[in-house]
Design a protein around this ligand. Structure first.
Ligand SMILES: Cc1ncc(COP(=O)(O)O)c(C=O)c1O
Length: 506
């Protein structure tokens, strides 16, 4: 069950300075600054493009109390030791100051010497994004590590309207919802893992899962505990069973061996296409409360859900401030621009921002300005209308993939129609491992699919699955690929049959 068996380390020190007040110790968690809102009635469950409804009221039962989160319990010694860079803080201060400020403080280069002067980017379904000379100077300059202010405030409002998280009005120390821009959601994920994992820590996830996550986790030396799942995502009873290994005393004493977090891809999982149901999410959130673990909700396919209303998110249920959510613009605006955003409790997001300060410094200012200009122009309504168009495209692609699979692979293979995302997860019957078949035979037939073992915790473990992506191919190409899979499986079964009949004792 575990990939490694080393023991966890002792808890890091308790005080966590934040990026904006680098040396201030974290005060003990006070009560929420305003009456605690109930678990969010997510606005996205109403209708997109319309103003969100007010938060649901807990009636007649009293609202459950949020837990007193001790965030420092979760943080590695390395992350706890991060302090704000004084130079970065000056840069951020300068950007908030009026133009009349004369500064000799910053080490920023003079943008007048840069060759790029202005840009016009034509937009499908919108006016061109114009980056004039002044804006271009800003776009080419260093900027705040958390993200440029106008994009951050757009994203914060959007998250509030879409997910209505209970944490939106908490005090910062208590776990107030915070957002930061990341260079793709991959950067956010990687930094969150590095913030949380000491060697030997137990963590939970439902494999097969995104290979990029496994690649980020493996070198950190954690014990990865696989939680069984089906087409509706993690099975709560299976999670309960795994967690029953920890006693009520372990929970009370916050034993080091308690799992630190559960990682999951709740919509259109890469590679399985699975989507977690709202009921299961609620059950899983209750288990997270009971066993005091965090939930990392990696949701790049959230905007590619084929049916409305969209599923409520873990963020929308986050009464305690224990959910870190990664969103991505990669599947809907551009993967090459490298932009995503993290949403979660401020004490944790602040740690990630400190890491960004000393690594990438910030996501490309030019990228952020381009995205921000577009989002300001579209507004939330225009953005959600764009999403509708993207979903329409992927839904048609998904349907074409299902038609091709039905036509050629029925009987030979099994799959579930995905409710979101861009992947069909195909189990090839009678094949214990697809690796050789794909890397040799399928390639000879000019077909490329990903062998299932790439998504196993232990990638040398065999898998009878392949991942087929329906994002780029035309319906005719999907039909052709399915036909070729059919032919080479037929040939390989024939070969097996011949081998068995010619050499019956081998
Ligand atoms: C589940 C999952 N998480 C994260 C990522 C990384 O996405 P981004 O391009 O936002 O870094 C991907 C990319 O495919 C993914 O499938």
């Amino acid at each position: 069950m575990f990939t490694t068996t080393s023991r966890p380390q002792a808890d890091p020190p308790r005080s966590l300075p934040s990026p904006s007040s680098p040396h201030a110790p974290m005060p003990p968690p006070p009560a929420p600054s305003s009456p605690v809102p109930p678990p969010g009635g997510p606005a996205h469950a109403q209708h997109r493009g319309q103003p969100p409804s007010p938060p649901a009221r807990c009636q007649p039962r009293p609202c459950p109390r949020p837990a007193d989160m001790n965030y420092s319990r979760f943080i590695t010694t390395v992350s706890a030791a991060r302090k704000g860079s004084p130079i970065r803080l000056l840069t951020e201060l300068m950007q908030r100051s009026p133009p009349s400020l004369i500064s000799l403080a910053g080490g920023a280069p003079n943008p007048n010497v840069f060759p790029f002067k202005k840009a016009t980017v034509a937009i499908g379904h919108g006016n061109a994004v114009e980056i004039g000379e002044d804006l271009m100077k800003r776009a080419l300059q260093y900027s705040a590590s958390a993200g440029i202010p106008e994009l951050l405030s757009w994203l914060k409002n959007f998250q509030r309207n879409l997910h209505n998280p209970p944490t939106a009005n908490y005090s910062p120390e208590r776990g107030q919802m915070e957002v930061c821009v990341t260079t793709g959601s991959q950067e956010g994920l990687c930094k969150v893992f590095e913030m949380l994992i000491n060697p030997g820590d137990n963590i939970l996830l439902d494999a097969p899962t995104y290979a990029g996550t496994l690649a980020a986790l493996r070198p950190l030396g954690c014990n990865i505990i696989n939680v069984p799942s089906d087409q509706h995502g993690i099975i709560p009873n299976a999670l309960k069973e795994i967690l029953s290994a920890w006693s009520p005393e372990d929970i009370k004493s916050h034993s080091h061996s308690l799992p630190k977090f559960l990682y999951t891809i709740p919509n259109g999982c890469n590679p399985t296409g699975n989507s977690l149901t709202a009921e299961r999410k609620k059950e899983i959130y209750q288990l997270a409360r009971k066993y005091d673990f965090l939930i990392i909700e990696d949701d790049p396919y959230y905007f590619l859900q084929f049916e409305k209303p969209w599923a409520p998110t873990f963020l929308s249920m986050d009464l305690d401030g224990r959910v870190i959510r990664t969103d991505s613009f990669s599947k809907i605006l551009s993967s090459g621009l490298r932009i995503g955003f993290l949403t979660g409790p401020k004490p944790l997001i602040d740690r990630v921002i400190l890491h960004i300060q000393v690594s990438t410094m910030h996501t490309s200012t030019f990228t952020q300005i381009m995205i921000s200009q577009l989002l300001q122009q579209w507004g939330e309504k225009g953005f959600l209308e764009h999403i509708d168009r993207v979903v329409e495209f992927y839904k048609t692609q998904r349907d074409a993939m299902l038609v091709a699979a039905d036509k050629w692979l029925k009987g030979l293979a099994e799959w579930y129609p995905p409710a979101a995302g861009m992947f069909l997860w195909i189990k090839i019957k009678g094949v214990s491992d697809t690796e050789q078949l794909i890397m040799e035979k399928a390639l000879q037939k000019e077909v490329l699919l990903v062998p299932g073992r790439a998504f196993n915790i232990n990638s040398s473990e065999p898998s009878s699955y392949v991942r087929a992506s329906f994002s780029l191919s035309s319906p005719a190409q999907m039909d052709l690929v399915s036909e070729r899979i059919f032919i080479f499986f037929l040939l390989s079964f024939q070969e097996q049959f011949l081998t068995l009949t010619m050499f019956p004792y081998f």
